[in-house]
Design a protein around this ligand. Structure first.
Ligand SMILES: [Zn+2]
Length: 453
């Protein structure tokens, strides 16, 4: 028998269901790894095994971070590139990234995933495209680390095949041959991709970007994804430099290039999508792609403002992501939602977007981008028990409770008080239940220091 947990007298539930329902003084009954029932208190069903108090708390579906490079927690606030734009930032960092090993990946993944849990994420994707020679075990290391933390994980097996010598950006130490990439894709799919309901690990395929892989790899990857029914992911239209690069190299803009490569369909989600015009937004919408909006990274690197307001009423599946920590420099998911709200208003005005719309991007939007809207992203019976609560008695909300749901983004939420993933409570009273994870901080600092000049 699976354990039944009752979370009762929740002040407000933001369900993110199709009707946008919000419930006051409500309960959620969790059975094992999924939600059994949602309703208004009092609960009158069979005796639960455990009761959790939801008084003075707002509950939201667990946030879904759709783009990260967890290993980059080793390179945050890296002083040599703190003031660089993307292409300079990349070329400065590639040589250091070439020295990352499986222990570094394990430790840095634990650190990033722990930060995500404490800031309300229950699912994260990761884009690992770095496989220096002889280091094919890096993917395995990050899956193992995510399992240790307990977060739901969508690792994407990245790739780089176009080195500087062949007209790309990365040095040859970090690129792989096409044969090796395809072989490794197949291995990690076989070993880690779980096709069962409520899967904790799902693999997607993710060549790094148009300026670091060949056409052949992009096409072959799309073909394999179709064959294996996997999602596809990559960076797209992040900077104006990328548009220039595509125009120079292939004679077309990034979105048209993706179409040419067979990369415009509903199984694809793209990170950034900043530099797109109205015609391109229409194409992306017609294809039903997902996008990961990464406002902090875009601000940090001065990349621009993604036209999310123009996308939100189209068929583009908008989600939110923290991006890698070398360009954020944190894995604070709830803060990312706040930044999304504020940055859109800089460009489109205060009435252009609401906190509730952004909360939907961060929950059901993320589930849609990852192709898991049937299982994740909203608080409804039958969905995974991925639930987050924040305490309204926090200092940052004091005097700001006229609308507890919008307080989550309007006020600067410092962290979440409760985080349940797949029915397991991982954060309680604002603290990780597994305090042993914090012991990785020391080793993380030691590893990071090896990369300092
Ligand atoms: Zn990225």
């Amino acid at each position: 028998m699976s354990e039944r947990k009752l979370i009762e007298h929740i002040d407000t539930i933001f369900t993110a269901d199709p009707e946008g329902r919000e419930l006051s003084d409500a309960y959620v009954l969790v059975d094992g790894n999924h939600i059994e029932n949602v309703g208004v208190s009092p609960y009158n069903g069979p005796e639960p095994d455990r009761v959790i108090d939801g008084k003075d708390r707002v509950m939201i579906p667990g946030l879904i971070n759709t783009h990260h490079h967890l290993y980059q927690t080793l390179f945050r606030n890296f002083k040599e590139v703190n003031n660089a734009e993307l292409f300079t930032w990349l070329t400065e960092l590639y040589d250091r990234w070439a020295k990352v090993d499986s222990r570094a990946i394990h430790v840095s993944t634990v650190i990033g995933a722990a930060e995500l849990l404490l800031s309300g994420a229950t699912t994260t994707s990761d884009h690992l495209y770095l496989f220096p020679e002889g280091q094919n075990d890096l993917f395995d290391a990050e899956v193992e680390a995510a399992r240790e933390v307990g977060i739901r994980f969508h690792p994407t097996r990245g790739s780089m095949s176009l080195s500087k010598e062949d007209g790309g950006l990365p040095p040859k130490e970090v690129v792989q041959t096409e044969e090796e990439i395809l072989e490794e894709y197949r291995r990690v799919i076989d070993e880690y991709h779980d096709r069962n309901e409520f899967a904790m690990t799902k693999v997607a395929l993710a060549p790094c970007s148009p300026f670091s892989v060949t056409d052949e790899i992009m096409k072959e990857t799309a073909g394999l994804a179709e064959e294996e029914d996997l999602a596809l992911h990559t960076h797209l239209a992040e900077t104006a430099d990328e548009t220039e690069f595509c125009l120079d190299e292939v004679g077309m803009r990034p979105v048209d290039y993706m179409k040419e490569l067979g990369w415009l369909n509903e199984n694809v989600w793209f990170a950034h999508v900043v530099h797109v015009n109205e015609r391109e937004i229409e194409k992306l919408s017609d294809a039903g792609v997902g996008m990961s909006h990464c406002p902090s990274s875009n601000m940090r690197l001065g990349s621009g403002i993604a036209p999310v307001v123009k996308m939100k009423d189209t068929d583009i599946k908008v989600s939110i992501a923290v991006d890698g920590s070398a360009s954020n420099d944190t894995s604070n998911m709830i803060k990312e939602l706040r930044h999304a709200l504020l940055l859109q208003r800089v460009k489109y005005g205060a009435d252009s977007i609401t906190p509730r719309e952004v909360l939907r991007f961060g929950t059901i939007g993320g589930a849609m981008a990852l192709g898991r809207e049937d299982e994740l992203g909203s608080i409804e019976p039958g969905k995974a028990a991925d639930l987050v609560m924040v305490d309204l008695n926090r200092l940052e909300y004091a005097g700001g409770l006229s609308d507890p749901v919008s307080a989550l983004l309007m006020c600067d939420t410092k962290g979440v008080d409760f985080n349940m993933v797949n029915g397991e409570v991982l954060v309680e009273d604002g603290k990780l239940r597994n305090q042993g994870l914090l012991e990785y901080i020391e080793e993380q600092n030691e590893i990071a220091a090896q990369f300092y000049s």
